[in-house]
Design a protein around this ligand. Structure first.
Ligand code: AMP
Length: 468
């Protein structure tokens, strides 16, 4: 199927072709025509599946069609005449036509830049990000331009709504991106408040890794006769990402192994995840001293510093990003070949988000967890959540002295078999084994895979770094 066949306006087809896209991804194939027809959407798809274009292309299509209408031309002419008469447009509040809510600042910035890329051919479409951590005067200036599209994190948006800078009475399209994550971060009340300020006849599109539980309940309340799209493609199963566990004895063993793995000749760029902001700084410093171009990214940094680091990563100047979970969520840099869990994440969902930083845009990736023997149970929790077994790997010269406390014995029938892509590469895929590496000691944990292991409601608090 082609982008033309989805019914998109020629200007948008040109923009995506210029961006190098040749065919729509599965989520785009289903979502774009339905959204153009005006239907509400509930979409379960992972980041990396092309979901941003799935909601942004149909929205831009509508704006492109409206731009051609006589009414729009008349309004633009009227504004131009007023300017010629020296009248300043009276600004009361921004009246956006589209609002995209995202859980993090990074994701919001990414959605805004994707919007600019897809909308290059459409005149008069402005998209701005309203984010926590940004100076208020700068945001007032952006809002004074009365942008058609706002991409925002919930907390800061509420601040502007309460001070009368935004009026949603003209809103046509509402998108909740990574809705599950927003709820996990404790944004439910903010989201409800924002939705209550929008017109009931708006079009609503909700994207989430899961449509179960709390997200499903909210989704049903805020949509009308939605089309439900479930994409269980390779992106959501991360079939293009090879996963491994390396057991380590102690911190010094872990640091030596990380240093060795970062010298892998197949490594282009990498993200190293740490549990704390302090560790992110310390490890980034240590790696810099060791000669890697490393940088830290975490929620204690000012937005300007975070943006500079992300720019450096995109431009390839930063080769190793050392990051905490929330700060790195949504990062979309195609050259990230490796993800390292220096510390395992607290919640299995975060493991999925972390490894999704590699294997972007159809490429392959490698995700390596450096695990202390005492953390064997945490690996099992992740395996139960992802319903995938993570093979254990040992590198010659870096063998752990101890064996794992919970022995990872042979695979249970029907759960994993040699040759599955869970541990190795598919034929024709790039493999990441280094010459001289010891044979992989693949094993499997027991434990029936009885579904997910969601974060308990009591722990669903707003992230400590917040977004205001
Ligand atoms: P997303 O799931 O929106 O985070 O997108 C993941 C990546 O896929 C981004 O780098 C997009 O630029 C890229 N992408 C989105 N749609 C397509 C497409 N149809 N063809 C190729 N790449 C795409």
């Amino acid at each position: 199927m082609s982008f033309e066949a989805l019914g998109l306006h020629a200007s948008i087809v040109k923009a995506v072709t210029d961006a190098g896209y040749t065919v729509p991804t599965p989520v785009q194939e289903q979502a774009v025509p339905a959204a153009i027809s005006g239907r509400d959407l509930l979409v379960s798809s992972q980041t990396g599946s092309g979901k941003t274009a799935a909601f942004m292309l149909p929205a831009l299509h509508k704006f492109a069609v409206a731009e051609q209408s006589q009414a729009s031309k008349n309004a633009a002419q009227e504004a131009q005449n007023a300017r010629a008469r020296g009248e300043r447009p009276r600004f009361k509040a921004a009246q956006p036509k589209m609002l995209v809510l995202t859980p993090t600042r990074e994701l919001a910035l990414q959605v805004t830049s994707a919007t600019e890329k897809y909308g290059t051919q459409i005149r008069r479409i402005k998209a701005v990000s309203i984010l926590g951590g940004m100076p208020y005067p700068k945001q007032m200036q952006l809002l004074a331009r009365n942008p058609e599209i706002l991409v925002a994190t919930p907390g800061r948006l509420i601040d502007h709504m309460e001070s009368g800078k935004i009026d949603f009475s003209e809103l046509e399209i509402l998108v909740l991106d990574e809705a599950d994550r927003m709820l996990d971060m404790g944004f439910i009340d903010d989201i409800e408040k924002i939705i209550a300020a929008t017109p009931a006849n708006r079009q609503t599109m909700l994207f989430s890794a899961t449509l179960d539980g709390m997200v499903g309940n909210m989704a049903r309340r805020i949509t009308t006769d939605p089309m439900i799209i479930q994409i269980a493609g390779s992106a959501s199963k991360h079939e293009n990402i090879v996963q491994r566990v390396h057991f380590v004895d102690d911190l010094s063993h872990k640091n030596r192994l990380l240093d060795h793995l970062l010298r892998d000749e197949t490594l282009d760029q990498a993200v190293v995840f740490t549990a704390t902001k302090r560790d992110a700084d310390t490890i980034a410093d240590r790696l810099n001293i060791a000669g890697f171009s490393a940088a830290a990214l975490h929620g204690d940094m000012h937005q300007g510093a975070r943006n500079r680091t992300l720019d450096g990563l995109r431009r390839g100047q930063v080769r190793v990003l050392v990051a905490t979970d929330v700060a790195a969520r949504g990062i979309d840099v195609p050259n990230i070949t490796h993800v390292f869990n220096y510390d395992l994440p607290k919640f299995p969902e975060d493991y999925v988000h972390r490894i999704g930083r590699t294997g972007r845009a159809g490429r392959n990736g490698l995700a390596i967890s450096l695990v202390n023997h005492a953390e064997g149970m945490n690996v099992k929790r992740i395996e139960r959540f992802t319903k995938q077994l993570i093979p254990v790997n040992v590198i010659e010269g870096f063998e752990p002295k101890k064996t794992a406390s919970a022995p990872r014995s042979a695979a249970r029938p029907g759960t994993w078999k040699p040759g599955d892509n869970r541990g190795g590469a598919k034929p024709g895929q790039r493999t990441f084994s280094k010459p001289g590496a010891a044979p992989r000691k693949e094993g499997a944990t027991g434990g029936g895979y009885k579904g997910s292991n969601p974060r308990p409601a009591s722990e669903r608090t707003r992230s400590s770094y917040g977004d205001r």
